[in-house]
Write a protein of this length. Structure first.
Length: 428
């Protein structure tokens, strides 16, 4: 009889509890699909006596996750604690040093230390799998490393943070502002302990960095991502974008250009009738473009107990079946530091500004744009009060440097009431 594959689980929050539940409830199904039993040997978490709604009495308890990672009766160390450093990193390193395979949902740790961990794992003959770290239940890592291995990937685009998508779509649906929907998301438990990880684009940026490394065969470069959160998006922006046929999404984009690797995580306008434009609530979506497949769209739940635990078990099952892949799809030693693009690919931009009701005010703005080499595709002026007029401008394609030059000049004019808003319009 084939011996069981033994798991050690560090971290018993929502995802860890979900993994325990699946292993307990679906033991026969997992064994049939893996070709051997899947069993939990030991677990670890910060609090032992917490009621998690699932029995842990059959497993050895370790207070120290590093001790758990070193146990002789653990074949796969499952790291679900989170955090880029601290116990998560220490325990993962201990597991690799002890010759254990690692399955993790920790995008922050891999975004900051992925290259070093991948090198250590491959030197030790271990694998690190991290499907659960990116887009919850969507098998995007597996798709890139396996299903699309015969493609030269040209672009990765996606909505990778469900909390931000929830806030933005609820703003449009309810007519409530950002602050009210931020508070609602907090009450529902959607926000990280540090909310800026979500709304500041950092969480999604971690995920984009990991996908970029796989897609373009380079070392993970989180610091090379241009990050901008959704905190400045107003209800006016949501409504005005809709008037123009767009919706606003926190969008991750990675593409290799002649100038180097371009990585951006920022609020963008996308066509309202596109798959990304129609994405509602906490759902995630990743669009992959390659030279052989043109474009494929992956959509699904981006977080939660079931979807993320499902991704963890998917990695466990692959290891059980003997699938052993390099962490980022090719040997870590072959991954080169990426050359960062010095500027973003030209695009159209949405500009919103409130202009004082003065003769020639709009002409002054148009002149500044023209002097920066930016031409206007569309312009719309809304009904206004006695002193200001809301104006929307959609530009033709331009580069960000020219736009910043124009915005700097517009700010120096005496015709604005407030700072102008500029959002990139992404073609999808």
């Amino acid at each position: 009889m084939i011996p069981p594959l033994r798991l050690g689980i560090a971290g018993l929050g929502t995802v860890g509890t979900g993994v325990v539940r699946i292993v307990r409830q679906k033991a026969e199904l997992l064994a049939a699909r893996a070709g051997r039993p899947i069993a939990i040997s030991a677990v670890s978490a910060r609090t032992r006596d917490k009621d998690r709604g699932v029995s842990l009495s059959d497993y050895v308890w370790e207070d120290d996750p590093v001790a758990l990672a070193k146990r002789d009766d653990v074949d796969i160390f499952i790291e679900l604690m989170g955090g880029s450093d601290g116990p998560a990193k220490a325990a993962t390193e201990a597991a690799i040093a002890a010759g254990k395979d690692v399955v993790t949902a920790n995008k922050a740790m891999l975004a900051h230390h992925g290259q070093a961990l991948a090198m250590a794992a491959e030197d030790a003959g271990c694998v690190i799998r991290f499907e659960a770290a990116v887009a919850g239940g969507i098998p995007v890592v597996k798709t890139l490393t396996e299903g699309l291995a015969g493609n030269e990937i040209t672009r990765v685009v996606g909505v990778m943070n469900g909390t931000c998508n929830y806030i933005l779509t609820r703003m449009q649906a309810t007519g409530q502002g950002y602050n009210a929907l931020f508070d609602e998301a907090d009450r529902l438990g959607f926000l990280e302990a540090d909310p800026n990880l979500d709304v500041g684009g950092i969480d999604a940026g971690h995920k984009l960095a990991l996908l970029s490394a796989i897609a373009f065969g380079c070392q993970v470069d989180f610091d090379g991502i241009v990050l901008e959160g959704i905190q400045k998006i107003t209800l006016d922006d949501i409504r005005r974008a809709a008037d123009l046929g767009y919706r606003i999404k926190l969008l991750g984009v990675a593409q290799m250009t002649g100038r180097g690797l371009e990585q951006r995580m920022s609020p963008c306008l996308v066509p309202a009738d596109s798959p990304l434009g129609q994405l509602e609530g906490g759902t995630n979506m990743v669009v992959l473009e390659g030279d052989q497949i043109d474009q494929i769209v992956l959509r699904g739940p981006g977080a939660g107990m079931g979807p993320t635990a499902s991704a963890v078990l998917g990695d466990v099952m692959d290891i059980a079946r003997g699938t052993r892949l390099s962490t980022f799809g090719q040997p870590a030693a072959s991954l080169k530091p990426c050359t960062r693009a010095t500027s973003a690919t030209p695009a159209r931009y949405y500009l919103r500004m409130s202009i004082l009701d003065k003769p020639g005010a709009l002409a002054k703005v148009a002149t500044i744009l023209g002097e920066a080499g930016i031409s206007i595709d569309r312009m719309r002026q809304y009904r206004h009060d006695d002193t200001t007029a809301p104006v929307l401008i959609v530009t033709h394609k331009t580069n960000r440097e020219a736009l910043e030059t124009a915005l700097s000049g517009i700010r120096r004019l005496d015709v604005l009431a407030g700072d102008p808003v500029a959002l990139r319009i992404e073609s999808v």
